[in-house]
Design a protein around this ligand. Structure first.
Ligand SMILES: [Zn+2]
Length: 356
């Protein structure tokens, strides 16, 4: 039996359309009334977008309803779905806490309100009926002022039980003019002992070698093998893992077809760079992690060996997986203890001897 680790999933994009629609109908009819029916809403929500910027706009819609009162509702359903339908044993959930605080408050008040959001998300993620090891990644954001981003980094350090790392998100074209500031934020995070990932080398606008040395994992990073393969050697030496989210690149128009990922995987495998396959925005894409795996196999992007290597890499590079081995290793040992399995394997051994 396989259980999986998901390293790159946004809280905003993780709400599947049906759950969001029901929530709108019950609590925000002003939003559901904009659509004639569910089918029209689903199409609006999940259809591919022209660019990363347009795609990110949809996050704002979901963020606006993920208030502190509503967060437990969404997170309960998210963890339930992850356990029942996706076989997740481990989930890192990322978001920008500032965008879950009330908009009418001042910047300082919103900064102060972020801690409560982290606690609410942390408590709602632990459910005894659906036991998934869950941690938060707090996203600094390219559209937020420096003071807010610095406060997000400090908040991450204050909640080691809930938060496992920081990220950099938002439109990547906007990094350019704030590069020194972003480098400073990552250096500050490292000085606080935080783990790091960041949306980098996702699109052609997001290639900033200055930020690369600060990351333990690279959010997407597909432009490295595609356009800057000479960097792969350094990436391998640093032990950085790429978080690759196949459906995203079609949704944002970054790639035209999945087959283009074949070079990404092959060049990384050849260079010894690990890849974790992730969903990014499972709800927004209306897909689940096992589908991403199967889709890569179906399109002949990778084979089963490659897939298993990526699944194992996800547990190795997880920031807070609490065990030595992935769950498959532990479950295999358990299953070996099953008397029926034992007698079967003895019979197989016997047959093998007889055949020799
Ligand atoms: Zn992302």
């Amino acid at each position: 039996m396989s259980l999986y680790a998901e390293l790159h999933r946004h809280l905003g994009g993780s709400v599947v359309p049906r759950i969001l629609w029901r929530y709108f109908q019950r609590n925000r009819p002003d939003l559901s009334d904009r659509f004639a029916n569910y089918a029209q809403f689903e199409q609006f929500y999940t259809q591919p977008k022209q660019s990363l910027e347009e795609y990110l706009e949809l996050h704002t819609l979901v963020e606006s309803v993920q208030t502190k009162e509503a967060l437990p509702y969404f997170i309960y359903r998210l963890i339930r779905g992850a356990y029942i339908f996706e076989n997740l044993a481990y989930l890192e959930l990322r978001y920008t806490p500032y965008y879950r605080t009330p908009e009418h408050l001042s910047e300082t008040e919103r900064i102060d309100a972020m801690a409560e959001i982290v606690e609410i998300v942390g408590r709602a993620s632990h459910q005894s009926e659906y036991p998934v090891v869950t941690r938060q990644i707090l996203c600094t954001h390219s559209r937020l002022p420096y003071a807010v981003n610095r406060a997000i980094v400090e908040l991450a350090a204050q909640y080691p039980d809930y938060v496992c790392a920081i990220d950099l998100a938002g439109g990547d074209a906007a990094y350019r003019e704030r590069l020194d500031e972003l480098v400073g934020l990552y250096a500050y995070a490292q000085s606080l002992g935080l783990k790091t990932t960041g949306h980098l080398y996702e699109t052609v606008n997001g290639c900033y070698p200055e930020l690369l040395p600060y990351l333990m994992r690279i959010g997407h990073g597909i432009q490295i093998p595609l356009r800057y393969p000479e960097l792969l050697k350094q990436v391998a030496v640093r032990g950085q893992c790429l978080e690759i989210c196949p459906t995203t690149y079609l949704q944002t128009g970054t790639l035209d077809e999945l087959a283009q990922l074949k070079d990404v995987f092959n060049r990384c495998f050849d260079a010894g760079v690990d890849i974790a396959i992730c969903t990014d925005n499972a709800g927004l894409h209306n897909v689940r992690l096992p589908f991403e795996y199967e889709n890569l196999l179906t399109h002949d992007v990778i084979g089963f060996d490659g897939l298993r290597a990526c699944q194992a890499a996800a547990f190795r590079h997880a920031f807070a997986w609490p065990h030595e081995a992935p769950p498959a290793a532990m479950l295999s040992d358990l299953l070996k203890g099953d008397p029926a399995a034992k007698s079967l394997s003895t019979r197989f051994d016997q047959t093998e001897i007889e055949l020799r």
